[in-house]
Write a protein that binds this ligand. Structure first.
Ligand SMILES: Cc1ncc(COP(=O)(O)O)c(C=O)c1O
Length: 401
């Protein structure tokens, strides 16, 4: 075979093609409208739950930081990239999350992969750990568990299954870890953290909670789902790339774990520090998140409204109880066609298909934002109504296109 033939064959055989899509962003003060080929679309595909990507304070602070410190820091934090603002951000964040300390990372993906790699080091632990990870955890957590060698993937958000696996392995004295998300990105379901905490305590497992989709948008002051249980969660991970409007990630942990990760975590040691522009946006987001109570209430009200609409019109949103509302269609092609149909009606919503979700679980994912207006939500419902009323006829036409 020619050097590239393997990849060619993969692409030819791949049933779920992915495509890069480009949209133009005209000067606009809202993050929820994008333009494609001159047409305005209402965006339900992004994770900008509070509309902070366009917030003047984030943008101004970002520009001010570039002006003062330049475009990049050109080295890892352990070399000379440890800009003074890191310290300030990490302290503020620790206080907000109720953790002893925090540690910033270049991205959420990198944080999960590299923190888990460091935690599961069999030399440090003196034996291979046993890891229990929810089957629907983000790919960055799934990537991290490959370093463990011994892991169980329990049924999604199924406490009974997790308890059963923990019990089955209770006699093994090796270090144990439980990995979950607080709000799952493809299903929009929020977990019962107290029950996971109880299991982690009972079986002396380290509990790692990815709060990426909850931070900013949930919790009394917006510090996520995990912050109200912070004393009982060993590691809280979160991103600045979703409701917090910019980029980068953090973990909240003990001083001891922070110290350890500074020695072992490749994502920190061998990666360039976040650039000043991003640090500026992060520092502004941290200041304003507690003030956005009204935005959070609006977001939750939109979510209740859309889910009720789904119930009233017989659309399947699975187990969602948040502002991520999937419409589970099943067939991947039908789902892609439906996403195109929605786009032709001015609605941008991602078709999520295998391998991101299981086969026959393809869905259109609607991510709501406080930056949407009620009329955007009403328009979405109106378009969905035409589809649900026309029922299989519309689907049939789309499929046969
Ligand atoms: C649950 C979860 N964790 C981690 C990540 C990765 O975060 P980032 O986009 O900051 O790399 C994502 C991103 O989609 C996510 O959904």
């Amino acid at each position: 075979m020619n050097k590239q033939d393997y990849y060619k064959r993969f692409l030819q055989e791949n049933k779920f093609p992915r495509q890069l899509k480009s949209y133009t962003w005209k000067q606009h003060d809202s993050s929820v409208y994008v333009y494609r080929q001159g047409r305005r679309l209402i965006d339900f595909s992004a994770n900008d739950y509070l509309g902070l990507t366009k917030h003047p304070m984030l943008n101004e602070r970002s520009q001010a930081f570039i002006k003062q410190w330049g475009a990049g820091l050109s080295s890892s934090r352990l070399v000379r990239g440890n800009h003074e603002v890191y310290d300030q951000i990490e302290k503020q964040l620790a206080q907000a999350l109720g953790k002893e300390t925090t540690l910033l990372f270049p991205s959420g993906y990198q944080a999960n992969i590299s923190v888990l790699e460091a935690l599961f080091d069999a030399h440090v632990l003196t034996e291979k750990p046993l890891v229990f990870c929810d089957r629907y955890c983000h790919t960055s957590l799934q990537g991290g568990i490959r370093h463990a060698a011994r892991f169980y993937r329990f049924r999604h958000n199924n406490l009974a299954h997790l308890a059963q696996l923990l019990e089955k392995t209770a006699t093994q004295s090796c270090p144990k870890f439980i990995l979950i998300e607080s709000l799952y990105s493809m299903d929009g379901d929020i977990v019962d953290l107290a029950s996971y905490i109880a299991l982690a305590k009972q079986y002396q497992a380290l509990l790692y909670v990815d709060d990426a989709h909850a931070v900013g948008a949930r919790g009394e002051l917006g510090w996520g789902e995990a912050s109200s249980h912070s004393k009982d969660i060993d590691i809280i991970m979160g991103t600045f790339s979703k409701a917090l409007g910019s980029f980068g990630a953090y973990i909240g942990c003990s001083w001891l774990l922070r110290e350890y990760l500074l020695h072992k975590c490749r994502g920190i040691i061998y990666s360039t520090a976040l650039p000043p522009a991003i640090l500026g946006a992060i520092s502004a987001a941290i200041e304003i998140i507690p003030q956005l109570t009204e935005e959070r209430q609006r977001l939750h009200a939109y979510a209740r409204y859309v889910r009720k609409f789904f119930v009233d019109h017989g659309l399947n949103y699975g187990t969602s109880n948040s502002y991520i509302v999937p419409w589970i269609i099943g067939d991947a092609k039908k789902t892609r066609d439906m996403s195109h149909y929605l786009e032709s009606h001015g609605i941008l919503a991602a078709a999520i298909q295998p391998p991101t979700v299981p086969i026959q679980q393809s869905r259109i994912r609607f991510c709501l934002s406080a930056a949407h207006q009620q009329q955007d939500i009403d328009y979405l419902c109106e378009v969905l109504k035409t589809i649900s009323t026309a029922g299989s006829r519309v689907t049939q036409t789309l499929v046969s296109k």
